[in-house]
Design a binder for this molecule. Structure first.
Ligand SMILES: Nc1nc2c(c(=O)[nH]1)N[C@H]1C(S)=C(S)[C@@H](COP(=O)(O)O)O[C@H]1N2
Ligand SMILES: [Mo]
Length: 225
């Protein structure tokens, strides 16, 4: 069996220098303030800086996913595996969310308006089995990330198709990206393709490269210990 914590080789086309730099940040504990904050009282998490533009961060591969090719699978430990085409996703109720987003590279952006599909509704349709405790998520660029199922199954999360009234651009992960606003943004996969429910945690791309398994910005969970 292969070791799930072995980073292995990088996907073809990855910006290797960027990956190495971010690995070094994790080793050095860069940006750590050693403080925590209370989301009820403070809007900006510790060590973050506010921006008004929307930076682009990814591995350097920005796949062109047409609506014809877009598909979302929810599989693994579920009673009712789903494989939804773009048309099927569009036929579901379209919801809105308003939130702040926080990237581990220090920027935060307030007041983002999103439209898309409720994550809790889709999970309810898929009917998680009792032993499902985590998810691993895969994207069209080869990126992966993981979450406890409880962090995915929250009402504020959205499978977003629109931002500020426009379709999400290819750069930002369109046509479909996840938004999990209570965690650092590397937990929000762009160009999402699959969500697999699993019993044991399986670290993703950044989680095997020194980044925290959960990534709560209020607790400054930037890096693994
Ligand atoms: N598929 C995919 N999703 C991804 C990434 C990626 O490289 N590939 N990068 C993550 C990281 S590190 C961040 S900070 C956010 C950035 O999203 P943005 O480019 O829309 O700001 O996407 C996350 N989701
Ligand atoms: Mo990031």
């Amino acid at each position: 069996m292969t070791d799930p914590t072995d980073p292995g080789t990088l996907p073809e086309g990855t910006k290797e220098k960027l990956v190495r730099t971010k690995e070094r940040w994790a080793e050095e504990g860069r940006l750590l303030t050693g403080t925590t904050a209370d989301p009820e009282r403070d809007r900006l998490p510790p060590g973050q800086r506010l921006v008004t533009d929307w930076p682009v961060l990814d591995l350097g591969i920005q796949p062109e996913v047409t609506e014809a090719a877009a598909r979302l699978d929810i599989d693994g430990l579920v009673e009712n595996p789903l494989s939804l085409s773009w048309a099927e996703l569009q036929a579901l109720p379209q919801e809105t969310r308003h939130n702040d987003i926080h990237c581990v590279t220090q920027w935060s952006r307030y007041d983002n308006d999103w439209r898309g599909l409720s994550v809790t509704d889709l999970l309810a349709r898929a009917r998680p089995k009792a032993e499902a405790a985590f998810v691993t998520m895969e994207s069209h660029d080869g990126y992966t990330t993981n979450l406890p199922l409880a962090d995915l199954d929250r009402p504020e999360n959205l499978l977003a198709t629109h931002w500020e009234g426009h379709r999400i651009t290819r750069q930002h992960g369109g046509p479909l990206r996840l938004v999990v606003p209570h965690l650092y943004l590397w937990k929000s996969p762009k160009w999402i393709r699959r969500i697999t429910l699993i019993a044991q945690d399986r670290p993703g791309f950044w989680e095997v490269r020194g980044y925290h398994d959960r990534g709560d910005p209020w607790l400054e969970q930037r890096y693994s210990e």
